[in-house]
Write a protein that binds this ligand. Sequence first.
Ligand code: ADP
Length: 460
Amino acid sequence: RSTGTIVTPILIDLQKSCATPLPVLRHVADAMTDDMRAGLVCDGGSDLKMILSYVNSLPTGNENGLVYALDLGGTNFRVIRVQLGGKDERVVDTEFDQVAIPQELMYRTSEELFDFIASGLAKFAEKESGKFSLSPGRKREIGFTFSFPVKQTSIDSGILIKWTKGFAVSGTPGNCVVACLNEAMERQGLDMRVSALVNDTVATLAGARYWDDDVMVAVILGTGTNACYVERTDVIPKMHGHTSSGNTIINTEWGAFSNGLPLTEFDRDMDAASINPGEQIFEKTISGMYLGEIVRRVLLKMAEVDALFGGFVPEKLSTPFALMTPDVCSMQQDITSDLGVVGSILNNIFEVKSSIRARKTVVEVCDTIVKRGGRLAGAGIVGILQKMEQDSEGLIFGKRTVVAMDGGLYEHYPQYRKYLQDAVTELLGSDISKNVIIDHSKDGSGIGAALLAASNSKYA
Ligand code: ADP
């Protein structure tokens, strides 16, 4: 422990209950493996939904021609067009555009939302330059990344289970989102066709696989978290019939995992106060939306009980989500001797003056929560890899295997990244972990969705 920290009983307790020594990591990895198996047997068999993606063949590099992708995942939608040139020319050209979704459309009807999207897509398609060319007799095909919970019914259809992330659009749950988009495109007079409906993790896996044949897993660590991987169809009891490749991608929805996690009173209180109590426990422990909030709850108790700020309890310390993960990250990067950055962030957010000893304590709290998050994410990844290894001895750990990572938390938080890698190395040992490459695949999902439209083209 760094000298000068105020060693409070709360800090000691916190560090004890957040500790992730090797036996805890191993238990979490094994529980992830077990839950994956249970979820593959039947729907509802496990915390993990293990959703069949219907993506049965991954990009090979031979994809050709002009394809589009449309990504709806939050407050923006993105449109991309890609001209593919096969093995030799690869991605010849890309263009993209991003449109903010007006706040009011999040509360209107499904028709209004999809009309807005289709009209944005139509405007983008109109501006297609001469660098892009469609083969004669074809329609423009779209890979549609839709990052809400969907019950997939085929590669190009799926029923929305519920809106999340603040969307409250009426009329879509229970309907096919591709049909909604197709009808809106028709109303716009836009002659395009959705050939693949995919989740963002699946699109990330496809995008990364295009450049590297050894990519087997994709993980998103951003506001939320999820993971998908390449599975053998003969070990999926709930899947009837096999694919020609013998493989398919499974969307784990691992944010719902909850077995054996080291949780604290702060996690339980945050969960109880959340809009989805009892759900998404792994996500609430490891993802960007929640790390700052857990830290805030700890600091509030320290201010109240341990006089962290000299007995003063700033009012703003009681505001949920006042402290965001990027602030936690900035505080951890402070290398000044008086922790001046930490002091000014605390002052800006909570309107509180802090001693150097208090700042050191705050950094220890941040580190404790981020270390637990990163290490548990690493254990989850090992859980997926060891499941694959158990079913195909040597094909994962005996050769190079790549895990494609994306998301703002992984991208911007160096300590989190290091803790994640440390856990993977500790669990696998230094020899095997040399074969496991955890690789940042930035924004691979846009091109990934376009590639899946190409590989699932009805003209191919
Ligand atoms: P999303 O997951 O919302 O689709 P991103 O993948 O860009 O989008 O992730 C955004 C999330 O990443 C933020 O909610 C935040 O938790 C985290 N994040 C962004 N910037 C930083 C940063 N500088 N340090 C730590 N975390 C960050």
